[in-house]
Design a protein around this ligand. Structure first.
Ligand SMILES: Cc1ncc(COP(=O)(O)O)c(C=O)c1O
Length: 446
């Protein structure tokens, strides 16, 4: 496969963009990333004219794939033609808000912003404003965007910035605990309960995973928040409208968060974020409340049109059935391949997300209970060994993934996640043929 144009574009990019990219993960592919030219359904073509089955799908927003259905395209074009934006309220923002409030069980009101990061920044500020407390519990290996309160590593006793530029005095307000560890959650509340403003958690750890929650884990977090007067924040930037269909992951897991952060799919491929939740909390945002929140581009009419029409298309078509069924075929096929070729590895994911973690388990391959992706099921023979949290994935064979496996997939015309930590995403544009070709490529590359 010829990558000369990508190579020379990357050469130019390195002179004017740090690391040649505008978001770090895009520079992860070895030896350099391919540059996208255009999309087509579940496929993407690069700058050299190579065509790939694309499981990156914009890192999650493209639930419908690269082709916008006619209704989405028409809405985007007519909104853009009317005027790019106004700095005044528009009807489409109300329509979109009504759709989300109607479908997502815990969401009574919503504030739209421009990215998932902005959503989690505002949600944390809101929780601090509402409770008058400073500390926020996060999960080790979780990701909530490029923001000061969550770029923190270590543990609850020794939190420290995970990025240069984040003051230690900020990090000390963040309490990282291990995901899927109820005892650690209880302990952090016993020690700091009166100072904790919120628990911020991804329903499924999907940025350094994929790690599925153990049965009852979210209920425990929810109950602790309630007992101690903290807010329970579900970060559904990835899972929102992907896991659990239109009810999102909170519907799937039957939990009732106080606040939910959204991004990705709700913008239909355009920049977006949102904070939804109970009226008593969301109304604490300015102008009704004292927690300042604002943005020139928030509720951008083109984004709102793309997002709303995307969600309406999902409501009126078999989108979730289609993507979930292909996801299942992929996970089951991968479980068989992994059992033959790399029995130590773990197939993870649910609904329309999937991945093979290059884990180093020593026992038999994954058993029946988890043949469609690890469920943290205590009856599975590998329960003790499969990755339980994002941080376990860091112990996997990440170099093998980056240097050998992923380049071999690219050469076979399949784009999988840009590093070992991100998820792969199925879209409505993918087909059973894409699944079969991808499974063949895994067989070769593993
Ligand atoms: C769970 C989660 N929260 C927040 C973010 C940040 O969103 P954005 O990249 O739109 O700022 C991400 C991004 O991947 C995410 O996965």
């Amino acid at each position: 496969m010829n990558h000369e144009t990508s190579r020379s574009l990357y050469d130019r990019a390195l002179s004017v963009l740090p690391g040649g990219v505008n978001s770090s993960v895009r520079a992860a592919p070895q030896p350099y990333p391919v540059f996208a030219d255009h999309g087509e359904g579940g496929h993407v073509a690069d700058a050299d004219g190579n065509r790939y089955i694309d499981w990156i799908q914009g890192l999650g927003p493209l639930l419908l794939g690269h082709d916008m259905p006619e209704s989405v395209q028409a809405a985007v074009q007519s909104r853009a033609a009317e005027a790019p934006m106004y700095g005044m309220p528009t009807e489409i923002e109300v329509d979109h808000a009504e759709f989300v409030c109607r479908h997502v069980p815990s969401v009574e009101m919503i504030r739209f912003v421009n990215s998932g990061t902005e959503a989690t920044v505002s949600a944390v500020r809101l929780a601090r404003g509402v409770t008058g407390r400073n500390k926020v519990v996060v999960m080790q290996g979780g990701y909530h965007g490029a923001q000061e309160s969550t770029l923190v590593e270590g543990d609850a006793d020794h939190p420290k910035p995970s990025s240069s530029g984040v003051p230690q005095s900020f990090a000390q307000h963040t309490l990282p605990i291990p995901f899927n560890d109820e005892a650690a959650a209880r302990e952090v509340f016993e020690e700091h309960g009166d100072d904790i403003a919120a628990v911020l958690v991804e329903p499924i750890q999907a940025n350094m995973g994929i790690a599925f929650p153990e049965s009852g884990y979210h209920e425990t977090l929810e109950a602790l928040c309630e007992d101690y007067g903290a807010l329970f924040i579900f970060d559904e930037v990835i899972t929102g409208f992907r896991i659990g269909g239109l009810q999102c992951a909170q519907g799937r897991f039957d939990v009732d968060p106080d606040l939910t952060t959204f991004g990705k799919i709700i913008g239909g491929g355009f920049p977006v974020g949102a904070i939804g939740g109970k009226t008593e909390y969301i109304e604490q945002f300015s102008p009704t409340g004292d927690v300042f929140q604002a943005g020139t581009f928030s509720g951008h009419p083109v984004t709102m049109a793309a997002g709303l029409e995307t969600l309406k298309f999902c409501a009126e078509n078999d989108v979730h059935d289609h993507v979930n069924s292909l996801g299942e075929q992929l996970r089951e096929g991968l479980a068989d391949i992994v059992a033959d070729h790399a029995p130590a590895y773990t197939v993870v994911g649910t609904d329309s997300i999937f991945k093979v973690v290059f884990s180093r388990a020593e026992s038999d391959p994954q058993g029946d209970p988890c043949s469609n992706g690890c469920r943290q099921d205590p009856t599975c023979g590998r329960y003790g060994e499969c990755p339980k949290r994002g941080t376990d994935v860091a112990d996997a064979e990440t170099e093998r993934y980056a240097r050998l496996f992923r380049p071999a997939m690219v050469e076979q015309g399949v784009l999988v996640s840009q590093n070992q930590f991100e998820a792969n995403f199925v879209s409505y544009g993918h087909t059973e043929e894409d699944v079969e070709e991808t499974l063949e490529a895994y067989k070769e590359a593993l």
